[in-house]
Ligand binder design. Structure first.
Ligand SMILES: [Zn+2]
Length: 541
């Protein structure tokens, strides 16, 4: 099992895609010995914030650093940091799970020990920093006011404005870098490079689909081919990407544009039926519809939409002429008015149907020439609904029956009311098929991941899942909360979900794993708990 996201994680500043401004500044700071004590890395998820922090740690501690400030990425120290192997020089903390003042105090005490050697620097990487409490920030502020030598803090966050609200004074102590979203072209180019290096075949359209789903994040972009490949052999085709990621076939967007262009309101209901039957996420359909209209608008005003598949380009060519830009602007306005309602609605299906009906019935721009023409002709008003005589494309299922694709799915509907049972291994295994079915109604990918996963253990409220294979671990890990909700419907106590590590450690550094084990041991043994606090013990093995 290859793990592209991990294998191709950058090892040098120069490898950081799109974040040249950050790379140049950090490299320069390392080269000139002017590294700050505190950094704030702000930007969307998956664009390289923690990776940049690790490279900074590598550069500071590299045995063969270049004069320009680049780590070599190969020496013992670099390897250890890059692998996330247990080492004293990089401490990664996830603020989403370590929020309290206790952790800040712990951090403060540990920071006092500074680096592991005379020439080493110690880097604390605090991920999801906006989740830290005010008390934790206050403790950190004290450290940053008198920082120990050769200790660097990097706070990574997707929501810098929240830090400004809870801990404004800290911001003046931090040097801030804003990481950019990674455009679809850059993602496609990088994916192509990586897949070529791995001698893996992939269709262009498949890469465009992945880039669009990755939404500006390279980590997601690289983990998606992993997920697709983890479900079977063979080239990465657009069809497989759609299947695994649960994407909505282009044909459904084509049908949507047709019914809008032809004001065919009656076709709204069968279209939504198709979506529901395909297990599509209606919210995703709405955002895809918005993206399609936007691309159509771009084409209409002479632009070139970025990163759209051949299929979508075909759809745009087919319907572009019938929906001029002023009409699309009107449709997008209607979308803007409806989005919030759809998000909040208890009946998403109805809300989406209403949106499509409003689109199908929206007023249209009519060229003045057409009106005059129509008046001359006597009676026939321009702009009336166009009949269905224009040979509408026939809707069909684009998902091919591939030998390796997950087995044909039964129609997906959330299971009805259930009798909750005790949170035990036996009960969970018994209701697992229902949980998988529920998951499929949320996202087909999660359904597939859960179908292959196993409930490995239930201890107290902790449910441990074993992924079907190592490549599934990250996907499960990321959706732990949703999985807990899905399980919660069937049990009397709200569960916590953990994912058993596959053969690769993913983002779980050995240090963090040890900390988790230590916490588990502390919870079991009050004596040990007290000793750990008193002596600042760390679990070594
Ligand atoms: Zn090195």
């Amino acid at each position: 099992m290859i793990a592209l996201a991990r294998k191709y994680r950058p090892k040098q500043f120069a490898d950081l895609i799109v974040q040249d401004h950050v790379a140049a500044a950090l490299r320069g700071a390392v080269a000139s010995g002017r590294v700050a004590h505190g950094y704030l890395f702000a930007g969307p998820r998956g664009v390289g914030k923690t990776t940049a922090a690790r490279i900074l740690a590598m550069a500071l501690n590299c045995e063969r650093r270049t004069p320009a400030g680049e780590p070599d990425g190969e020496c013992d120290s670099c390897r250890r940091i890059w692998n996330g192997a247990a080492n004293l020089d990089v401490v990664e903390l996830d603020a989403a799970s370590n929020r309290g003042v206790d952790d800040a105090r712990d951090l403060r005490e540990r920071a006092m020990y500074a680096a592991s050697g005379e020439t080493r620097s110690k880097v604390y990487i605090v991920d999801e920093a906006h989740m830290l409490t005010r008390e934790a920030w206050n403790a950190l502020l004290k450290i940053l006011e008198e920082p120990p030598p050769r200790v660097v803090f990097v706070f990574a966050t997707t929501e810098p404005q929240k830090i400004a609200q809870t801990a404004a004074p800290i911001l003046s102590r931090l040097q801030r870098f804003d990481f950019r979203r990674i455009g679809p072209h850059a993602i496609v180019a990088r994916l192509r490079e990586v897949l070529d290096a791995e001698h893996l075949a992939a269709e262009d359209d498949a890469l465009h689909l992945i880039a669009a789903s990755a939404d500006g994040g390279m980590r997601d972009g690289l983990s998606m081919p992993d997920q697709v490949l983890s479900f079977g052999e063979g080239p990465v085709t657009a069809a497989r990407v759609r299947e695994v990621l649960g994407l909505i076939p282009d044909d459904l967007y084509s049908e949507m544009l047709r019914l809008i262009a032809e004001r065919d309101a009656a076709a709204v209901f069968p279209l939504v039926d198709r979506l529901v039957e395909a297990g599509a996420d209606l919210g995703e359909f709405v955002s895809g519809a918005g993206a399609t209209l936007r691309a159509l608008l771009l084409v209409g005003v002479g632009g070139q939409p970025e990163g759209v598949t051949e299929g979508v380009q075909r759809v745009l060519r087919q319907h572009g002429a019938r929906l001029p830009p002023p009409d699309i602007v009107r449709l997008l306005t209607v979308l803007g008015e409806s989005e919030e309602r759809i998000r909040r609605s208890g009946n998403t299906r109805l809300a989406v149907e209403v949106l499509l009906l409003r689109w199908a019935m929206a007023d249209r721009t009519v060229a003045i020439g057409e009106v005059l023409e129509a008046l001359k002709g006597g009676g026939q008003t321009a702009g009336r609904p166009v009949g269905r005589d224009s040979d509408p494309p026939v809707l069909r299922d684009t998902r091919p029956a591939e030998p390796h694709s997950p087995a044909a799915r039964p129609p997906v509907r959330p299971s009805g009311p259930v009798d909750k049972g005790p949170l035990t291994l036996d009960h969970l295994r018994a209701v697992w098929p229902q949980i998988v079915a529920d998951a499929r109604t949320k996202t087909p990918l999660l359904g597939s991941l859960l179908a292959e996963a196993q409930v490995a253990a239930v201890e107290g409220t902790a449910v441990t899942l074993r992924p079907g294979n190592a490549g599934h671990a990250e996907g499960l890990e990321r959706q732990r909360e949703l999985i807990a909700q899905l399980i919660g419907r069937f049990v009397t106590e709200p569960p916590r979900v953990t994912v058993a590590a596959g053969e690769r450690p993913l983002r779980l550094t050995a240090e963090r794993a040890n900390a988790e084990r230590l916490n588990a041991l502390r919870a079991k043994d009050a004596g040990l708990n007290a000793a750990v606090d008193a002596l600042d013990l760390e679990l070594l093995e």
